[in-house]
Design a protein around this ligand. Structure first.
Ligand SMILES: Cc1cc2nc3c(=O)[nH]c(=O)nc-3n(C[C@H](O)[C@H](O)[C@H](O)COP(=O)(O)OP(=O)(O)OC[C@H]3O[C@@H](n4cnc5c(N)ncnc54)[C@H](O)[C@@H]3O)c2cc1C
Length: 373
């Protein structure tokens, strides 16, 4: 792909709902295919969490952004060889590429309430009553997608997988210096529990010893009642994460006690630090196997299209493949009747692959959630 701005003649327009990772990647891929993009994002800014992504190597980021890494990027985004990148660093990098693209407009604080389409156009209506029209509309609006309701009205919701992922992020300075710094992701299992621990660059993106960070994610199927009483899970649908302020002190103390029994010293200390600072987030895990990805001029990408358990480690890669596949499928044009054929090509290419991806994770989920039932 060439740099944004010097691509092919403009071939039409797309509205994308959601400007997180898959929305940004889809916007960049569409723009390069000659499609002008308007992105609608409900939030104003994205919080810094412990979330991270494995296997996001430099070549991949250059492919997505169409930009070679500069010295400035190295300072801003950290080492290209990091085995795991923070979600925030990947988002910043994609966002910079979107901001530099004259064919992409990004609107924040824009909550899309509904979407529609007919034979000529597709549109999104916001909570303020504004209507944004395009030749196609793409839902990149995550696991609780509004767009999915119009693409797959008979199967609109991702379902609760039966467990929570506790995640945390610790500064190296909070960890006793006797511990050896890990070079790669640690995947640990003990007495039916699972923990991911991973080294990360520092807050400024640089991997300078003394300023780095440790991230961890701990799968827990034993506290589903708490997820229900706090409204995080209603019926079998995940509504939201459990913010650190809403995790009861007793639960935090229990987690620390269990960590003391289950995990090696480095990860135990990282968890103790997060518990002491009340800096733990509980993410109830959802899953979604799609029956369809498109309807007329509407299409889904990323977690709106398919939600695998993070145990698969494949959500980000699948979102990138969606972005590239949809851009390639509609590159011939989106203005006329050929758009429906283009979107069907996208669905034919991706549906079987993403169904298999989510189902492979469900085997883990059923066994893991089942053992606690
Ligand atoms: C805890 C956790 C750990 C993970 N770890 C990994 C990993 O290690 N490796 C990996 O590959 N993947 C991982 N994933 C998955 C990966 O993060 C996602 O698949 C990937 O980031 C794509 O997400 P997305 O952009 O499709 O959705 P989201 O990140 O959910 O973004 C959706 C966006 O849409 C916006 N939005 C939603 N509704 C509306 C609306 N009505 N109007 C306007 N805007 C709206 C939201 O504000 C948000 O910005 C993990 C996921 C979780 C939850």
């Amino acid at each position: 792909m060439g740099p944004a701005g010097d691509g092919p003649e403009r071939r039409g327009s797309a509205v994308i709902v959601g400007a997180s990772l898959s929305g940004l990647m889809t916007a960049l891929a569409l723009s390069r295919a000659g499609v002008d993009v308007t992105m609608l994002e409900r939030v104003d800014s994205f919080p810094r969490t412990g979330a991270s992504l494995g296997s996001v190597h430099e070549g991949l980021l250059e492919r997505i952004t169409g930009r070679k890494r500069s010295d400035q990027d190295a300072t801003a985004y950290g080492p290209s060889s990091a085995p795991v990148q923070t979600w925030t660093a990947v988002h910043r990098r994609l966002r910079a590429a979107v901001d530099a693209d004259p064919h992409i407009e990004l609107r924040h604080s824009t909550f899309v309430e509904s979407v529609g389409h007919d034979t000529h156009a597709a549109w999104a209506t916001t909570a303020d009553g504004e209507v944004f029209r395009g030749d196609v509309l793409i839902g990149a609006d995550g696991h609780r997608s509004v767009v999915r309701r119009s693409v797959s009205p008979d199967k609109p919701d991702a379902t609760f997988a039966g467990y929570v992922l506790w995640i945390g992020l610790t500064d190296e300075s909070a960890i006793p210096s006797r511990h050896r710094w890990p070079l790669d992701m640690d995947i640990l299992s003990n007495r039916g529990s699972y923990l991911f621990g991973y080294p990360l660059p520092g807050r400024d993106g640089a991997a300078v010893p003394g300023t780095r960070q440790l991230g961890w994610g701990w799968f827990d199927a034993s506290r589903n009642e708490l997820l229900r009483t706090t409204g995080c899970v209603v019926g079998d649908v995940v509504h939201h994460s459990l913010a650190s302020a809403d995790i009861p002190e007793t639960t935090l103390r229990q987690l620390a006690a269990e960590a003391g029994e289950l995990w090696p010293a480095l990860w135990r200390d990282a968890i103790f630090d997060c518990v002491d600072r009340h800096a733990v987030i509980g993410t109830p895990i959802a899953e979604y196997v799609p029956d369809r990805l498109v309807n007329g001029r509407l299409a889904l990408v990323g977690d709106a299209a398919h939600v695998p358990t993070p145990m698969t480690g494949s959500g980000f890669g699948a979102s990138l493949d969606d972005a590239e596949a949809i851009a390639a499928s509609i590159a011939a044009g989106v203005r006329g009747s050929e758009v429906a054929q283009g979107l069907r090509t996208y669905e034919n290419k991706r549906l079987g692959v993403v169904q298999a991806m989510v189902r492979s994770g469900q085997q883990f989920s059923r066994a893991f959630a089942g053992q606690a039932a």
